[in-house]
Design a protein around this ligand. Structure first.
Ligand code: ZN
Length: 281
């Protein structure tokens, strides 16, 4: 081998070993609760939760709070029950908070660290307490399973280092740069800010499955999760709600929810208190 070739080969090896060392430093492996899937995450929980809180504070500072006292009380009550179930089952140790925002476009999101936003326009789709529990539990499952961290890690890998410490959220809607859009999309705020970055099929099915367990443990009939998605699947005329554009309500989803149901029904049968489908919204 010529000395130039040897040099090239050793430089390649050096780069490879550096990349692997960096990867070992950056990447931590975790296991998703209930599904056992191993996930790679380059973003620390502290950083992720900090971004979640920052985004939450921005939203509640700029969006009108709902004045419907009855709805706010029901959302708080159902959130309290579902988050208690999530803590009992998987101990995320989140600092939970929930706000209802007066917005017609149906949407709900649970940010990393447990900060939840619900749009008032979600009511017709949720229909009753159990329907709301199904939607909230699905969003909470995304947060507990750290899907945002995985999405953000993928974006970093695809688009280079994003300075996630930047005060990105202070930029006005409509003037967001591409990196900020990717960050917000990864956090699950795609719908809220009109940026569509759908969760992967793996994340969706995982959140459906874990969410059904949480709502059952909270005392809500998990069969209502299937009903919610069937209601959603009937929405075919534009404008398609934001939440549906990031959560396709297709046949596979409904079929899988039915498949997961026996596991959730077993937990529901053991729930200390049963609310069935609860009150209408
Ligand atoms: Zn989802």
């Amino acid at each position: 081998m010529s000395s130039a070739a040897t040099q090239k080969s050793s430089s390649r090896m050096w780069r490879l070993s550096l990349s692997l060392s960096l990867l070992c430093l950056l990447v931590s492996c975790a296991t998703v609760p209930h599904t056992g899937r191993r996930q790679f995450n380059m973003v620390s929980d502290d950083r992720l939760d900090g971004l979640g809180s920052q985004a939450f504070n921005e939203i509640i500072a700029h969006e009108p709070a709902s004045k419907d006292g009855r709805l706010v009380d029901i959302v708080k009550k159902v959130t309290g029950r579902v988050t208690k179930a999530a803590e009992a089952m998987d101990k995320p140790g989140f600092n939970w908070d929930v706000r209802v925002v007066e917005k017609d476009n149906p949407n709900a999101v649970c940010l990393p660290g447990g900060k939840i936003i619900v749009h008032s326009g979600l009511v017709p789709y949720a229909k009753n307490e159990a329907g709301l529990a199904a939607i909230l539990a699905h969003e909470i499952a995304h947060a507990v399973a750290r899907h945002s961290g995985e999405r953000l890690s993928q974006q970093v890998a695809l688009h280079g280092a994003i300075d996630i410490g930047k005060e990105m959220l202070k930029q006005k809607e409509g003037k967001l740069d591409n990196k900020t859009k990717l960050l917000l999309g990864a956090l699950g705020l795609g719908g809220t800010l009109g940026i569509v970055l759908p969760y992967s099929r793996i994340h969706e099915l995982e959140a459906d499955r874990i969410g059904q367990l949480y709502m059952a443990r909270a005392g809500y009939d998990p069969a209502e999760a299937v009903q919610v998605w069937e209601r959603m699947s009937k929405v075919t005329k534009p404008p398609i709600p934001i939440w549906l554009s990031t959560h396709p309500a297709d046949e596979e989803r409904v079929r899988k929810l039915r498949e997961f149901l026996p596991e959730a029904e077993k937990i529901y049968s053991e729930a200390q208190v049963k609310y069935g489908i609860g009150s209408p919204l």
